[in-house]
Design a protein around this ligand. Structure first.
Ligand SMILES: NC(=O)c1ccc[n+]([C@@H]2O[C@H](COP(=O)([O-])OP(=O)(O)OC[C@H]3O[C@@H](n4cnc5c(N)ncnc54)[C@H](O)[C@@H]3O)[C@@H](O)[C@H]2O)c1
Ligand SMILES: [Zn+2]
Length: 409
């Protein structure tokens, strides 16, 4: 490392180190709004500069609002009930859910406009209620208005309750790349209300289980074993099982963010993105037909097979991983896996360089030495990839999915 002052000319420097402490809080509950639980109102009322009630701009996922037509009314009743603590700054803003909301500046602009129009300041809150995509864009808009308004998240999908909503990242997609524009901005708090999960489509309900498999594989063998043992109940979305899965997965993510030493990913490693280098590329190559969780299931399968062929993971563990993903209801291949560029290379490989470039520095991938034993490597043997893809393509069709019950909402 070269010293900044190697010349003989004098340089005067002022250097100080400062630290900022963050408190990361994730709550788990049921029926927050209908049950009029004071939790949200009390959180909003904390640290207000005056005795006036806190002001909240609520942004709601349109898919959620559609699935729960009564929600808007219940939400307004909630704020009316807790009027002494917190007040709506205007009618809730309803924006589309799903990946499309992240694919342009439209939604972020709409939120910025509303933050301006409703005079949301740095002591007010932007409250996001919805799936991971909506939370990402709302978190980004809140973090960039006034150089950062307080924001509070109520994730409403299994994936966002288990993973994205409890994290500190937000962002939108740009230049054909996932999350190219975004910030690290911890939310003031996260409230995971399990009752929201009841109205999810089966495809979105099982999404969270993939991120649970991911974090179990790199961190917690006994959690992986639990998922394996309860894969049928999880596939059927049995409430008690799903809630346990979400809570443990969220806990492992929060532990990593708060105790892993690199909450804002300044290093070169992103262990929680095991299986994600190909997943992000597959989402984009499929024009987002393949959803995030579905792509991550394929990405985990690919990196597990790679770990095996590179000599790190035994075949029993590899087959356990592929089979648990299939039991949870995921398909482990997609036509996009074998797409090739004009020069003959596999299109998905571009994801490796994009993954590296996102953090910069040396390529760092997480692979597996065993179930619950992730490790980091800087090498990737691209010659092993076609074989891994072929194995996924040639797997016998997974068992036909059982019809999944809709829960009472
Ligand atoms: N910021 C991070 O750290 C991070 C981490 C992982 C994933 N992500 C991002 O999260 C996104 C995926 O999130 P997701 O899996 O939550 O999907 P999603 O946000 O795309 O939501 C899926 C669908 O469910 C609807 N919906 C939401 N809640 C509902 C409810 N309770 N009932 C009925 N419908 C409901 C939405 O309108 C949408 O149509 C991706 O963009 C991914 O990149 C971000
Ligand atoms: Zn993910």
């Amino acid at each position: 490392v070269t010293s900044p002052n190697q010349s003989s000319l004098p340089i005067t420097a002022i250097e100080r180190t400062f630290q900022v402490a963050w408190r990361h809080r994730v709550y788990f509950t049921h029926d927050l709004f209908a049950g009029r639980l004071p939790l949200l109102a009390n959180l909003l009322a904390e640290d207000q500069p005056s005795l006036q009630p806190a002001r909240a701009l609520v942004v709601l996922d349109a898919g959620l609002a559609r699935a729960r037509p009564a929600l808007l009314g219940i939400l307004c009743d909630y704020f009316a009930h807790f009027d002494a603590q917190a007040r709506l700054a205007g009618p809730p803003v309803i924006l589309p859910g799903g990946e499309a909301v992240k694919n342009s500046w439209t939604a972020a602009n709409a939120i910025h406009l509303e933050i301006d129009r409703r005079h949301i300041d740095r002591h007010s809150y932007v409250v996001a209620i919805g799936g991971g995509a909506l939370l990402d864009v709302v978190g980004f808009a809140a973090a960039t208005a006034h150089r950062g308004c307080r924001h509070l998240r109520l994730p409403t999908t299994t994936l966002s309750q288990a993973d994205s909503g409890v994290g500190v990242k937000n962002g939108i997609n740009a230049f054909g790349k996932k999350n190219f524009i975004g910030t690290f901005a911890p939310p003031a708090a996260v409230i995971n209300d399990f009752s929201f999960l009841h109205s999810l489509e089966p495809r979105d309900r099982r999404a969270g289980s993939v991120e649970a498999v991911k974090v179990a594989l790199i961190r917690d063998a006994s959690f992986f074993q639990w998922i394996e043992q309860h894969a049928s109940a999880l596939r059927q979305a049995a409430p008690a099982h799903l809630h346990h899965l979400v809570q443990r997965c969220a806990e492992l993510h929060v532990n990593h963010i708060t105790g892993g030493g690199d909450p804002f990913e300044s290093g070169t490693a992103r262990p929680l993105d095991f299986g994600h280098w190909s997943a992000h590329k597959l989402e984009q190559l499929s024009n987002f037909r393949i959803r995030h969780a579905e792509a991550v299931a394929i990405g985990i399968a690919l990196d597990s097979l790679y770990s095996h062929h590179a000599g790190f993971l035994d075949s029993l563990a590899t087959q356990r991983i592929l089979s648990v993903l299939e039991h949870l209801g995921f398909t482990l291949t997609a036509p996009e896996l074998s797409c090739r560029l004009a020069d003959g290379s596999l299109s998905v490989l571009a994801g490796l360089e994009e993954f590296r470039e996102h953090l910069g520095g040396q390529l760092t991938l997480t692979l597996l030495r065993g179930v619950g034993e992730g490790f980091e490597t800087h090498d990737y043997r691209t010659d092993l990839l076609p074989q891994c893809i072929a194995e996924l393509e040639n797997r016998p069709a997974p068992p036909i999915s059982q019809p999944q019950p809709r829960w009472p909402g």
